[in-house]
Design a protein around this ligand. Structure first.
Ligand code: C2E
Ligand code: MG
Ligand code: MG
Length: 457
């Protein structure tokens, strides 16, 4: 009775219930001896076809032969169990490190191939193996180890069968923590923990404020005010990115309306993620959002599209940006020059504004290549009738150099840091450019066309 409850009747191997006991013991021993163990989940690839072709008796015979072959080939301390059907599990204990399992895995695959050759029946037979290791950085129990190996086996099947796949605990932990992070961001959105800061964009020569850029911040209850770099990457390729983007747009429109009511007519730009642009309802939603705020002119809204983002189908994005322009909204290409296909984007996307990436601006004082690129971009922009604005104007020296090169529009710490909305009216009322900037000579002819505040370029 005991034998029946613990061993597989067909192959005589331990069954699932005995395997769990053996695995638990092997795990305890691995910890004691400071060794690794590998759990190998084995699933035959062509077994069903084999059974259908040659009948269940031949199938059973093959399973018995396979069990014997593997048992004989694997080290003596290996536990080989049959879980049911054509699923087997091998527990390989006493490994000095994970890589030491590799020759054993290769051996398992070649023994399965040999089994098929023995049968001389022309039915291909291979196996997919999934492997998990113990111990791991996080505590895991025997069931989890088996599940991980099963998951890895599924990966091996997905990647083409007749191979092994190692479960990546690190990656899995990354996925789980990312999942948790996304949950927290969703909650933060619900609890209104996000705020928009605004950074002015100015004409450095005339001193005119040409607009402000809305930049998201997370007012985290424990961690304080977080910059987008601390949480936006978790949203990449996530639908939650669209919800956050919708919130940013709505909040920015409310802010424009509020400033308008106070007599301050400022264009506001918002950053749009590629994920948002990929939504079929992007334009209808934008139209509806503008309709909710009839008190503001659509030309007060500017959409910044990241030049580095994977925009996918350029034709579709170009159509979409045309539709935005038809609504009266301005569009700009953000971080220009940092992507792989800057010129392709420039050619195909009907954006009115080019924002030169901060890396070139920051480097231009010491690096002649950066200043040459900057000059080139200014020339390009002029030829293509785009407005140029330089990001990352960090110091007065940057501003003066930009002015000498003919770039009059700038945004950066030398002008103002991003600030809460309440501080903007006061800042706009009092800001004056550094007198040294007015003295900076402009090149002839002037490289950048003028921008009328509040109008699409
Ligand atoms: P961006 O759109 O290129 O925004 C400019 C970033 O440069 C901002 O960082 C700004 O604070 C920073 N900056 C401005 N002037 C200077 C300067 O003189 N020196 C230096 N070192 N940095 C300067 P922030 O606010 O951390 O935003 C980073 C990026 O996060 C943005 O880059 C944008 O790509 C993204 N982002 C911000 N808000 C949103 C949003 O609402 N939605 C989306 N999808 N992305 C956003
Ligand atoms: Mg931007
Ligand atoms: Mg930028």
């Amino acid at each position: 009775m005991e034998r029946l409850s613990q061993y597989d009747a067909l192959t005589g191997l331990p069954n699932r219930s005995l395997l769990t006991d053996c695995l638990q013991q092997a795990m305890a021993q691995a910890l004691r001896r400071g060794r690794q163990l590998a759990v190998v989940y084995l699933d035959l690839d062509g077994f069903q076809a084999f059974n259908e072709h040659l009948g269940p008796d031949a199938g059973d015979e093959l399973l018995i032969r396979l069990a014997q072959r593997l048992k004989a080939a694997l080290p003596e301390d290996t536990t080989l169990a049959r879980m049911g059907g054509d699923w087997f599990v091998a527990v390989l204990p006493g490994l000095p490190h994970a890589a030491a399992a590799q020759p054993l895995l290769d051996a398992i695959l070649s023994h399965i191939a040999a089994c098929e050759a023995d049968a001389h029946n022309g039915q291909p037979l291979t196996a997919s193996l999934g492997v998990s290791f113990y111990p791991q950085a996080d505590a895991v129990d025997a069931d989890q180890l088996l599940r991980q190996a099963d998951q890895a086996m599924f990966q091996a099947k997905q990647s083409g069968k007749n191979r092994y796949h190692l479960f990546d605990a690190e990656h899995d932990r990354g996925l789980r923590s990312r999942h948790a992070e996304i949950g927290q961001i969703a909650l933060a959105l619900q609890q209104q923990q996000f705020v928009l800061y605004y950074q002015p964009k100015v004409n450095m020569r005339s001193g005119a404020v040409i607009g402000v850029e809305a930049l998201i911040r997370w007012q985290h209850p424990q961690r304080g005010l977080l910059a987008p770099g601390a949480f936006m990457p978790a949203l990449e390729q996530q639908t939650l990115m669209v919800d956050v983007g919708d919130w940013v747009l709505e909040r920015a429109l409310q802010q424009i309306a509020q400033w308008n009511r106070a007599g301050l007519r400022l264009p506001v730009s918002v950053n749009i993620d590629a994920m948002q642009l990929a939504q079929a309802d992007f334009v209808p939603k934008l139209r509806a959002a503008l309709a909710r705020h009839p008190e503001l002119s659509p030309s007060q809204l500017e959409l910044e599209v990241l030049e580095t983002s994977a925009l996918g189908d350029l034709g579709a994005v170009s159509d979409l940006l045309h539709q935005c322009r038809e609504l009266g909204v301005t569009t700009s290409l953000d971080d220009f020059g940092t992507g792989y296909s800057s010129l392709t984007y420039l050619k195909h996307l009907p954006t009115q504004v080019l924002k030169i990436d901060q890396s070139f601006v920051r480097g231009m004082l010491d690096d002649p290549t950066d200043s040459a690129i900057l000059q080139g971009v200014l020339g390009l922009a002029q030829a293509l009738k785009r407005l140029v604005i330089a990001e990352g104007v960090e110091t007065s020296a940057h501003a003066q150099m930009l002015l000498r090169l003919g770039c009059v529009h700038g945004q950066g710490y030398a002008i103002a840091r991003p600030m809460p909305a309440e501080q903007i009216p006061d800042w706009v009322a009092h800001w004056k450019p550094d007198p040294a900037w007015a003295a900076a000579p402009s090149p002839a002819p002037c490289a950048a066309p003028p921008l009328q505040t509040g109008q699409p370029a």
